[in-house]
Design a protein around this ligand. Sequence first.
Ligand SMILES: Nc1ncnc2c1ncn2[C@@H]1O[C@H](COP(=O)(O)OP(=O)(O)OP(=O)(O)O)[C@@H](O)[C@H]1O
Length: 282
Amino acid sequence: MAEPRHTTQERITDGDGVAVESALVGEDLALSYPSVDETIVDCARLDIPAESVTALVGPNGSGKSTLLKALSNHLEPAEGTVTIHGEDLDSFDQKELARELGVLSQENDSLGSISVENLVYHGRYPHRGFFEGVSEDDHSAVERAIELAGIEQIRDAELGQLSGGQKQLAWIAMVLAQDTDVLLLDEPTTFLDVHHQFRVLETIRQLNEEKGVTVAVILHDIAQAARFADYLIAMCDGELYDWGPPEEVVTEQLLADVFGVEATVQHEPELQVLPRRALPDR
Ligand SMILES: Nc1ncnc2c1ncn2[C@@H]1O[C@H](COP(=O)(O)OP(=O)(O)OP(=O)(O)O)[C@@H](O)[C@H]1O
């Protein structure tokens, strides 16, 4: 891997070089899976800036999903800690954490035959007591989530009978109904046509601007991520290669070193990445 721009302990700073407040912090993380002997992600310090949209980018297999799983407590770090608003993730029970963190993973649990509307209601479980029925708050959160995801027309459909993109929108609506201050989204635009990609990204931006929701989102399209996010974290070979505002992170060198493409980066009138060709494999 080429030389990163930062030392491993350096914080994310805004365009003026001021360290930003973090909603989630990972420290001294070593991440792996039970079936694997080696460390898959090695990270001395990771910051997800509060009330901002941060995109995790990097090539296939670079460790983005693994990192997101550790941030959402779906993967216990072999070493290190993750805190949310200063509190260790381990200090929350599952329901408490689900009131703080909404997670869209790539491995959505199969819930058998369930209607889209019922799936979205499922997102409300952290807000309900054991014997409580559906409240007015649950009802309005579900209606708003269905509207934001634009899935009114398929709300009565069975999840198993939907296309990949329709299913993705249903899962997104479920996470939105959870109504959390932090969202961790693993490739929310996968399977979506360009209209729905924009719609999902615009919804994320709207939640951030109107309600101050913190978002960490894995996006594959670096050009889209550069235009959309407030901050980028670029991963390569299980390590953080660079982090900061897109104007600082997205360089022709990053595109060559991390993504293996020759590209032009334009800064005026807005940040644009124009990939030209794949470079030979390293
Ligand atoms: N459940 C698992 N068990 C063992 N190894 C895994 C598991 N999940 C991922 N890995 C390995 O961890 C490494 C990082 O995978 P990860 O899914 O985090 O990458 P990624 O950057 O999200 O990739 P992509 O962009 O292709 O989704 C890969 O080498 C992968 O094979």
